[in-house]
Design a protein around this ligand. Sequence first.
Ligand SMILES: *[C@@H]1O[C@H](CO)[C@@H](O)[C@H](O)[C@H]1NC(C)=O
Ligand SMILES: *[C@@H]1O[C@H](CO)[C@@H](O)[C@H](O)[C@H]1NC(C)=O
Length: 324
Amino acid sequence: MMPSKVVLLAIILRCGGIRVDPPEEIKIIDSGHLGHLEMTWTPPASLIHMQECPIRYQLEYYNTYRQSWTIIKTIHRTYSDQFDLMKDVQVRVYTLLSGPCTNNTWIRSTNYTEVVQNPPSTGLQDSGVESFGCVFHNMEKTICMWKKSSKSPTSSQLYLYYWYTELEKTEECPDYITKNGVRRGCNFTEKPLPDFTDVNFCVNGSSPEGPLKPTYMSIQIQNYVKPARSDKPHLQTLKGAPLKLHWMKPHGKIPGRCLEYEVEHTRVDPDGNHELQRIPTMLTNHMVPPAGNNERNCFKVRSKLNKYCAMGSFWSAWSHTTCH
Ligand SMILES: *[C@@H]1O[C@H](CO)[C@@H](O)[C@H](O)[C@H]1NC(C)=O
Ligand SMILES: *[C@@H]1O[C@H](CO)[C@@H](O)[C@H](O)[C@H]1NC(C)=O
């Protein structure tokens, strides 16, 4: 730390007292896009007429989804990203100065300007929905589900809103899923959501006692795929030869190269002892040494997207069982 302070001091003296001040003011602009916020700031007054030396900014904000600080260096005075509106939004900006004023090294302002925005305190205590989650079934339709809070009034009504960049404004769920008259989920079959795009969701609600606490979520649906169940695997058996199991990828548009599988092999000996083994594989076949006499071998498979195609995935349901 010390040497850089010394350098800075030397430069201030040499450059006739140029001080690098932090930006004047930071604003957080919420256009109602469910957590997509724009941060803007103004240059420090002391540098506003600075012609000969380039100015940049170092933006730091706490990313509530990644749970870490994001640091951006930019010449612009604005930046947008996704925030969880139910958590504090914390943004800091430093000024950076270079050119002849600083002997061509980048000097950062000693201080930063900061803004912290607390979540809105509206909404009945603990009334927000729980376990919100979406599943992109076989890459064909997205269904999002949630659980109503047990602490929310019985006569409350729930709403789901969503937004992504191509939409001008938030839209309400096209097709609610209800159970016993309570909204439990939303079906996007009729209005498919885009993949590789942040899709922001908000589930909020109203009740005679007041509004419910909103719940926010931002996801990219390609990371929430659940492949369809595979057809029953096929077993090829030749006396004395290994058992050869093979199966087809699930029907639908998930590319075969995106799938990985798990085979569950159950071996039952004549005494009725079970031995269960789960074998991960990228292939659509599996070989097992020849079966012993009176031994029963059963197989089923399931699939999910591999890490080359998605950051996450759900396992499909197990196929039906094939036995020998
Ligand atoms: C400016 O920096 C250069 C090298 O980075 C150095 O050689 C030179 O002495 C510096 N000039 C002054 C006035 O500090
Ligand atoms: C729920 O959120 C949407 C989108 O932000 C908003 O338009 C609506 O007024 C909210 N409803 C309640 C009951 O808070």
